[in-house]
Design a protein around this ligand. Sequence first.
Ligand code: IPM
Ligand code: MG
Length: 357
Amino acid sequence: MKIAVLPGDGIGPEIVAEALKVLEVFRHEGVPLQTETGDIGGVAVDRQGDPLPSSTLALCQGADAILFGSIGGPQYDTLPREMRPERGLLRLRKALDLFANLRPARVFPELAEASSLRAEVVANLDIMIVRELTGDIYFGEPRGITRNVAGERVGTNTMVYSESEIRRVAHWGFQIALQRHQALCSVDKMNVLETTQLWRDVMMEVAPEYPDVKLTHMLVDNAAMQLIRNPRQFDVIVTGNLFGDILSDEASMLTGSIGMLPSASLNAAGLGLYEPIHGSAPDIAGRSVANPLAQILSVSMMFRYSLKRPDLADRIDRAVHVVLQQGVRTADIARQGEAVVSTAKMGDSVVAALQAS
Ligand code: IPM
Ligand code: MG
């Protein structure tokens, strides 16, 4: 199993180092894992003058899975758009056709108190957001800032979806719902936007292929509200790129810490990129305080979805539960006055729990 490792910027390298410890445990047990590291994002701009160097793209194309840290930092915000770290990630998603983005939001019972909502509102919350990742206003043309006839600047982006793009992610939504509680909520803005009228039409056309899944529809503004009002009404949410970007950040906070949540971005061939949903957190980078659990849980998703070793994924998930039960806490998930551990200590605790399993 060949894994491309892209630590990236900010806290990326620190938390990826902890995830690699987990891989090392399995390698010792005889699991044939090969890793190779590549540059992406700001670090790639600094070293190679390109946020996605061709060597990194080639490395990813030849791999079975990609383990990604995080990218970005304030020092890159004034670069031309093409040179910004985010472009590296967006180009990689597009080049590998990673259209299906799975973003779970689960409340760990031990951390229910950490949510900004009352514990009883989020207890046992378990939502999966399926976000389309290679289309929509993120990639639509025309785009840019131009001048109109009056000489005034005009900004343009284009929200666009073809029915095949919608259909393939619809299937992911239904499939995932089948494996969970058979409830799929499709989120759109069909009362205003034609693109999302088509989105809703295609969802309804696919639905008869999945008679066991209950499909519902919700407008995105209402969905944003319902996620706060009564988040447990949701099982699987399927939505477009932009709405999914926003709703997945919102859903992550229901769980208490964005530092706990992994994600998977998959193409039709099963190649996947696995990354924590939090960003590079430049404010805490290099201080060994970041929570590596989202990165470690991304390794779990990697074994489940790309490397087809659900047994190893289950072991990682259980090990994370064990360390939470033991009360091991990084600063982001600690309650006031609770003792906190470093990034490395958290990683070591997971390793110890894994070795004991
Ligand atoms: C995400 C991020 C990215 C996105 C940025 C970094 C381009 O916010 O993965 O959610 O908008 O997709
Ligand atoms: Mg985002």
